[in-house]
Design a protein around this ligand. Structure first.
Ligand code: GUN
Ligand code: FE
Length: 423
């Protein structure tokens, strides 16, 4: 049963700017949903089984809004180029290997196990153009207990023949077949439409994806305004679009009537930001990737002030690491450099803000996820920071901040996803 109480040093976000701390608190869960955090277990919940994690930290699970499972094997390699050269030199040759189911099985096995052990409880994942390999990945993720959206990638132009789908009709037919198989076979691993980005998707393909979006009621994910060369190219390819976001929107593939994630938004202009807000598009901020392939730094505290929906992402393998702890620290560090070197009107992110982005900000894409508020699904991490030496006792807030900077997967002592304990 998914009815229980977790005791420990409980921290979640009260708001985007404030942590909420319950020392020696009791987190009550019924039917997999949070009922609240209390100083003691209330009388009406007295019969529930209790797991007491003692002095360990209990925090919400993290949502990675953008990660390429198919790039996991070459993470930490090839960081010497910008986006378009990086794709042609490293990324497309690696993704082409997923034609081979044996390679896919091994590579996705490593990815899935790393993600299962990581601070991530939910993720929006890119696979490759290959339907069979994508189903294999979904099978592994389903078995892991994580909750994910996974996309078979679409690309029918402007990429090497060895990875290009031959025409829009065959790309769409393969996509629809994959959607039907995925909807049939998986419960916690959902298909998400994934046009790679405007440069690799013809108009006919985008129009066809919108038909599939409507037919199956699916969410969408893609890349937006990441790199100057990319943005200039989109202007050439879509001269009638007011901006990059409009090049998706004119096909109805930019939120509004469906859930949509756009990764990066480093260089989005005012009109594009207005459309992002109007259509409720989620921005997946990927700070390490933006540094590695020298894209720039998105002004995230401004996006929060504008009331945009923002989450954090690792963007492996633009980002080298699947840990959302690292995404939090990189987001803070990148924002400080941006503030110091580029624009002092855009404040650096605080620890509380970056923690909120990783939990509640991205969690909102998946529903009521990322806080311990009444009615929220119980995604939780139990952190054991016992090996992180300090000569004096620290308060809970300090322990959390330090754990996010210093911890790795070995410090994730237990993990719950939607009310189920994975380990
Ligand atoms: N834009 C299009 N494809 C990609 C990709 O694989 N990674 C990143 N970071 N940006 C992209
Ligand atoms: Fe990406």
């Amino acid at each position: 049963m998914k009815d229980f109480v977790i005791k420990g040093q409980i921290v979640d976000s009260e708001s985007p700017d404030r942590l909420r701390i319950a020392e020696n608190g009791a987190l009550v869960v019924t039917e997999g949903l949070c009922r609240g955090v209390f100083p003691e277990v209330p009388e009406r919940f007295a019969g529930l089984p209790v797991t007491d994690f003692g002095d360990r930290l209990v925090i919400p699970g993290m949502s990675d809004l953008h990660i390429h499972a198919s790039q996991f094997a070459f993470r930490g390699l090839g960081m010497d180029m910008e986006l378009l050269d990086w794709l042609n030199t490293y990324t497309f040759p690696e993704e082409a290997k997923f034609r081979d189911p044996g390679y896919a099985e091994r590579a996705y096995g490593g990815f899935t196990e790393a993600l299962r052990r990581s601070p991530t409880t939910r993720a929006a994942v890119f696979a490759t153009v290959h339907p069979a390999a994508t189903l294999l990945l979904m099978e592994q993720l389903e078995a892991s207990g994580l909750r994910t959206c996974v996309g078979k990638v679409n690309m029918d132009r402007n990429c090497p023949d060895y990875i290009r789908e031959p025409d829009p009709e065959r790309s769409l037919a393969a996509t629809e077949e994959w959607i039907c198989a995925a909807l049939d076979r998986f419960t916690n691993t959902k298909p998400i439409l994934t046009p790679r980005f405007i440069p690799t998707c013809s108009d006919a393909l985008m129009a066809g994806l919108k038909r599939l979006q409507r037919r199956y009621g699916l969410p969408t994910q893609s890349h937006l305004s990441e790199n100057y060369g990319e943005i200039a190219w989109v202007k050439e390819l879509a001269p009638d679009s007011a901006h990059y976001g409009d090049a998706y929107d004119r096909f109805g593939m930019f939120g509004g009537d469906h859930r949509c994630i756009m990764a990066h938004c480093v260089h989005s202009g005012e009109e594009e930001l207005e459309l992002i807000k109007r259509n409720g598009v989620f921005i997946a901020h990927s700070p390490e990737s933006n540094m590695n392939i020298a894209s720039g730094v998105a002004p995230i505290s401004r996006y929060l002030e504008l009331g945009l929906r923002v989450g954090l992402a690792t963007d492996v393998a633009g980002g080298s690491h699947e840990s959302m702890f690292r995404a939090i620290t990189h987001a803070i560090q990148a924002s400080k450099l941006r503030w110091r070197l580029k624009d002092q009107r855009v404040k650096p992110l605080s620890f509380a803000q970056a923690f909120w982005l990783a939990t509640a900000g991205g969690g909102a894409f998946f529903g009521q996820v990322g806080r311990f508020e009444e009615g929220f699904e119980l995604d939780a991490l139990v952190l054991d920071d016992g090996n992180l030496f300090h000569p004096q006792p620290l308060d809970v807030r300090s322990r959390l901040e330090r754990a996010v900077y210093l911890a790795d997967d070995r410090n994730v002592f237990a993990k719950y996803v939607a009310g189920t304990r994975l380990f």
